[in-house]
Write a protein that binds this ligand. Structure first.
Ligand code: GLN
Length: 202
């Protein structure tokens, strides 16, 4: 791999362009993934925010689910934001009965966890690996991590309010996930951290 890793962004649905921009600013090149053949040669994968039930359906319909599972199981670095976090989770609470995920991340996530009334909320999250200042996080019908396995490192939690202590950023080896959308705020530290993970893995 060159110093410029090629990151595939799952482009079935969701905020694909925003992730591509953040990745490019962070030193990666990007490719939109819509079909299994688009996976050829990528160094990493990003699963964007959007609607995880729709993403799951489309991934199944286009024959992407199995190849994605194999790649992620095989060690391909992957980052999921919001719906992307749900797609990378092994277990979902509040999913549709037929909802499937790519999995890999040993966590249980709760969909729409912040409450159906609260469409979106914002908070400053301390994420030690990203340094100061805290990340200004935007949550949109976001999930949180209810339970994390032993190999999962908690990177950030909600500091105050009704959701205080809820886990919203995790890493497990080559997998990274956030409940919030750093691709929407112009703060590229999460994407930079991910691109660094990808370089280290290579
Ligand atoms: N609620 C959405 C889902 O369950 C996630 C929302 C988002 O990605 N902003 O997939």
């Amino acid at each position: 791999m060159t110093a410029t890793p090629l990151v595939g962004v799952l482009a079935l649905q969701g905020d694909v362009r925003e992730h591509e921009r953040a990745l490019q600013v962070s030193g990666a090149s990007t490719r939109q993934i819509r079909l299994p053949e688009h996976l050829e040669g990528i160094d990493a994968l990003v699963v964007p925010g959007g609607e995880s039930t729709t993403m799951s359906n489309l991934a199944l319909r286009w024959g992407l689910m199995e190849p994605l599972r194999e790649l992620v199981r095989g060690g391909l670095p992957a980052y999921g934001s919001c719906a992307g976090m749900i797609m990378l989770a092994e277990r979902i609470v509040g999913g549709r009965p037929d909802q499937e995920t790519i999995g890999g991340l040993d966590v249980t996530v709760v969909r729409n966890a912040f409450g159906r009334q609260v469409d979106s909320f914002e908070a400053d999250i301390e994420i030690a690996v990203l340094g100061q200042p805290p990340v200004h996080a935007v949550f949109i019908r976001a999930p949180w991590v209810e339970q994390a396995g032993e190999g999962v490192e908690v990177l950030g939690s909600v500091p105050t309010g009704p959701a205080a202590g809820k886990i919203v950023a995790v890493r497990q080896g080559h997998l990274l996930a956030t409940s919030f959308h750093p691709e929407l705020t112009g703060d590229t530290r999460v994407h930079q951290y991910f691109v660094e993970m990808v370089r280290e893995q290579a």
